[in-house]
Every structure is written in structure tokens, then in C-alpha cells.
Design a protein around this ligand. Structure first.
Ligand SMILES: Nc1ncnc2c1ncn2[C@@H]1O[C@H](COP(=O)(O)OP(=O)(O)O)[C@@H](O)[C@H]1O
Ligand SMILES: [Mg+2]
Length: 491
């Protein structure tokens, strides 16, 4: 390294020399030991304290010897050989380890002519707070990374997709094939048909399984925040809460899969940006001039009628074609009624392991017939919610139609379905099955309807206060809480 001092005022060179001089003396004073070697790593100079520590009562005795002969394990030879400093290191000695720093000494032409070493501390204790802080932070980092990696791994496999109907087997076949390929996947189907489950299974069955699976639910994020959510932002890029900057989901998913749920809700400008990233495989976080390469596989899902959105100009045709390579239609539950029994039992199994105490729920034949005759606008999700409620309120582990009926058609996921699902033609029903807006058709329906109305009125009369209501109507407060949850009464 050559320094050109020619253009500097004469005094600058002086200041520099003083800086070097006092720096050396300061280190020499404060360090536990200092020594200097020549280009062959032989000791040129060593201070008294340091020499004494290594058994030389007179420093003169150490001069001219190889550095390793004076200080075992010394790495000064490496410094003179490479010309590179070792700024911080721990030197093991026969007493306590030393924290050392080693710097090469160079002449005006940049040739290494020797090295200087300082032992900064002989008691690591001085550094204990620093080290323990560091190792704690390190441990936390590792734990966080592990749990993140866990969270980003696929939750479901193909085995989690229950169903042996022809439609389900075909869906699984297509999904398995999609897992073998790299092109984008488009999952279409009403809400609750298992699109998210399939996305997990496809990622988990793909070559990217050990890389992250990152999900963005487009419908759940305000339009104004979506771009940052996707692509990230440099620190201070925008005046929001995130002054520190933000890593986008695209970057987080690098090497893995990005699952874009409810992609039909994506605003048009962002659709354009997404298309560009899919084409260029790189992007720039907001407000940065950093180019990020994105090796990301896209799985998109929507319950909306995407071709209709394209026709209406609300979804870009070019993006649609880009995504519409491997398209899988998750069929509605009413078109595969033969899956209902297996699904119900898989869910009851799941619910009994969640419930305290080992329970074993069983469906009576009339309950099963009831499940098969209903239209399930909220699909598998609604089926699950319905069973969950029935199990919660059932006195017996044998669930019959009477116990089940009050919950059919009232579970969330049925009523609160998205627009696209609401447009679905009304399914064929058995004439005696309860409908979406039940005209009480049986005693149990009537009782449930009455109970729901009665509790709603009582709660309303008490301003929504559960404890007061419970004591007023003479019902246990835990029972009331259960019924509020089961009937979905808004308090
Ligand atoms: N074939 C299936 N087998 C088992 N569980 C399913 C199946 N399809 C859906 N589910 C369950 O139903 C719920 C809704 O599924 P999800 O994948 O979130 O649907 P979507 O994304 O289409 O709205 C989840 O609890 C999921 O585990
Ligand atoms: Mg979903």
C-alpha cells in the first residue's frame, strides 16, 4: 500500500507520525504484552512483562528467536507471510487464554517487514459480559431461525388430503405431478376446498421442500402495503412505521416457494410488477438500488372466477396466462359427497386428540346421511367447523342427526363465504335437509333456533354481559360461553 504524501502540508506527516507513535505507546501501556517480529518472524523486541510471562526474566534473551519458540502457538509468522492482520483472536497459553491482535508492519513500498502483536487482555473475564451477551444473542438467533424454518416448512403433505372420490384422486394426481415441475401452479376452487392444503403438499413434495414456503394472503393486506410486503423496502424508503426497512416475501422465499393466496384480489398495478418479476427473475426493493435475484416458485390460489375477472379487465390477461400453466381445480365438496364420511372421521380423529381426555367420537347413520345431504357452500372448512361445534356441545360421543342438525348451515365458513362461492348454483338437497336459512323442519332445529334466539335476547337485555345473563336465566356461565361460541352469537 503506497501513500502519496506529496500533496499534503508538511505538518500532516508529522501528525501521522505522532498518531502512530502514541498509538503504539498507548497499546503498549495498556496491553498485557507487546512484541515485534521481523520478516522472518524472529523476535525483534518484546516488553518486559510479556517476556516474563513466557519465562524470560530478561527480554534480551528472547531477541532473535523464532516467535513460536518464545510464544507457543503464536501466529505472527502467518501475519508476516500474508501481510494481513489478525485483528482479534484468542491465544491459548499454559495459563489463561489471551485476547490478542496482530498487525503487519510495512515499508514505504508496501512490503511486509515484520509484525507487531498486542495481548489486549489476559483475563477473558473482562470480556465475559460481552461474550455472554454475544452468545445469548447467537442462541436466540439460532432458535428463531429454527422456528422460522419450521413455520415455513409445509404443514401438510399429500397424505393430509383426505378423499378417495374420483375427483379427489384426480386432484391429488395433478398436484403430485405439479410437485415434480418448476412452472407456476394455479389452484382454483371455492373457499374451503383445500387449496392451501394442496399448496403446502406441492411445496413439500417438490425439490424445494427444504427451502422456505412463504405465504402472502393478498386479500388480507391493504393495497397500499402490498408492494412493500412483496418486494421489501430499503431503510427510510417511506415514511411509515418501518423505518428500519423490510425484507419482502419474495426475498424470504428465495430458493423456495411463494404461495399467493387470493391472487384475484391483487390490485392491477401490482399485477404488472409481479409479472415483471416472474419474467426477469429479479426486482428492486422499494427505495433501494439493490437488485435482488428471486429464484422463487409461485403457487397462486383464488376462489374468484379468474377468467371472468380477466374479461372484466380486473385481472391482467398476460399475468393470467403466465400463471395458468399447471391449473388444478379443487372441486366443491358437494360434487364429491363420497368423501364426506372419510373427511368427517379424519376430522373427528383430529378433534378428539385436541379434546382433553381421550374421546372417541362416532357418527350415527342418520348423522352421516344429514352430512351428505347438505350442500356445504363453505366446503371442507365448513364441514370441519360444523363438526367442531357439534363435538363441543355434544353430551355423548355418539353423534346423531339430532345433535348435529343445529350446527349445520350455521358454522362460519358457510355463511361468510366469498362472493365467488356465493354465486355457486344451489346444490341438490334431500327434501328434508335443512337449508341455508332454516325453516325449522324438525324438533331439534326448532329447539336450537329457539335457544339461539332466547340466549341472544337475554344477552342483549343484559348489554352483552355474560355473567349477569347467566345468573339471570339460571344457566352455568361456562355453559353459556360454550353455547355463545357454538351458536356464533355476537356478544
Ligand atoms: N381433502 C381434505 N382433506 C382434509 N382436510 C381438508 C381437505 N380439504 C380441506 N381440508 C381442511 O379444510 C380447511 C380449509 O382448507 P384450505 O386449504 O384452507 O382451503 P382453501 O384454501 O381452499 O380455502 C383446512 O382446515 C384444511 O385442512
Ligand atoms: Mg384459503
Amino acid at each position: 500500500m503506497m501513500n502519496d504524501w506529496a500533496g499534503l502540508p508538511a505538518t500532516y506527516g508529522d501528525v501521522l507520525r505522532r498518531a502512530m507513535d502514541s498509538l503504539f505507546r498507548t497499546f503498549e501501556n495498556f496491553s498485557e504484552g507487546t512484541f515485534i517480529v521481523d520478516a522472518d518472524a524472529r523476535v525483534v523486541w518484546i516488553n518486559k512483562r510479556y517476556a516474563a510471562r513466557f519465562g524470560f526474566s530478561d527480554p534480551e534473551q528472547a531477541i532473535g528467536r523464532d516467535c513460536e519458540a518464545v510464544i507457543p502457538n503464536s501466529l505472527m509468522r502467518e501475519v508476516v507471510k500474508t501481510g494481513k492482520p489478525i485483528l482479534l483472536d484468542i491465544l491459548e497459553t499454559d495459563r489463561e487464554p489471551l485476547v490478542v491482535t496482530r498487525l503487519p508492519l510495512k515499508d514505504d513500498s508496501g512490503t511486509t517487514v515484520g509484525a507487531v502483536g498486542f495481548a489486549l487482555f489476559d483475563e477473558l473475564k473482562a470480556l465475559t459480559p460481552l461474550f455472554s451477551h454475544y452468545s445469548r444473542v447467537q442462541e436466540e438467533l439460532i432458535a428463531t431461525r429454527q422456528s422460522l424454518a419450521q413455520a415455513r416448512r409445509a404443514k401438510y403433505t399429500f397424505g393430509s388430503f383426505v378423499g378417495t372420490s374420483a375427483a379427489s384422486l384426480e386432484v391429488k394426481r395433478q398436484a403430485r405431478r405439479a410437485a415434480q415441475l418448476e412452472s407456476p401452479v394455479l389452484l382454483l376452487g371455492e373457499t374451503g376446498t383445500g387449496k392451501e392444503l394442496l399448496a403446502h403438499a406441492i411445496h413439500g413434495g417438490s425439490a424445494r421442500a427444504n427451502q422456505p414456503l412463504v405465504t402472502v394472503n393478498v386479500a388480507a393486506i391493504p393495497d397500499t402495503l402490498l408492494e412493500v410486503e412483496f418486494f421489501g423496502a430499503a431503510p427510510g424508503a417511506y415514511t411509515g412505521a418501518d423505518r428500519k426497512g423490510r425484507v419482502g416475501k419474495f426475498e424470504l422465499a428465495n430458493g423456495g416457494t411463494l404461495f399467493l393466496d387470493e391472487i384475484g384480489d391483487m390490485p392491477l398495478p401490482l399485477q404488472g410488477k409481479l409479472l415483471r418479476v416472474l419474467q426477469d427473475k429479479e426486482f428492486e426493493p422499494l427505495g433501494s438500488n439493490r437488485i435482488v435475484r428471486a429464484d422463487v416458485r409461485i403457487i397462486a390460489a383464488t376462489s374468484a372466477d379468474l377468467p371472468a375477472l380477466v374479461a372484466a379487465g380486473r385481472f391482467r390477461a398476460d399475468l393470467f396466462y403466465r400463471l395458468n400453466v399447471l391449473t388444478i381445480h379443487a372441486p366443491p365438496l358437494r360434487e364429491r359427497a363420497s368423501d364426506i364420511e372419510a373427511l368427517a372421521y379424519a376430522m373427528l380423529e383430529d378433534l378428539s386428540t385436541q379434546a382433553s381426555g381421550a374421546s372417541h367420537f362416532e357418527l350415527q347413520d342418520d348423522a352421516l346421511r344429514l352430512l351428505c345431504s347438505y350442500g356445504w357452500p363453505g366446503n371442507v372448512r365448513e364441514l370441519r367447523n360444523t363438526l367442531e361445534r357439534a363435538v363441543m356441545l355434544s353430551d355423548s360421543e355418539r353423534i346423531d342427526a339430532r345433535a348435529l342438525a343445529p350446527f349445520i348451515g350455521s358454522a362460519p365458513g358457510g355463511g361468510q363465504r366469498r362472493q365467488a362461492a356465493a354465486d355457486v348454483p344451489s346444490p341438490a338437497r334431500a327434501p328434508d335437509a335443512p337449508t341455508g336459512a332454516p325453516e325449522p323442519a324438525s324438533w331439534s332445529d326448532a329447539m336450537a333456533a329457539f335457544e339461539k334466539r332466547f340466549l341472544t335476547d337475554a344477552l342483549r337485555a343484559n348489554g352483552g354481559r355474560v355473567i349477569e345473563t347467566a345468573s339471570q336465566i339460571g344457566m352455568g356461565r361456562a355453559t353459556l360461553y360454550k353455547k355463545i361460541a357454538a351458536y356464533g352469537i355476537g356478544v
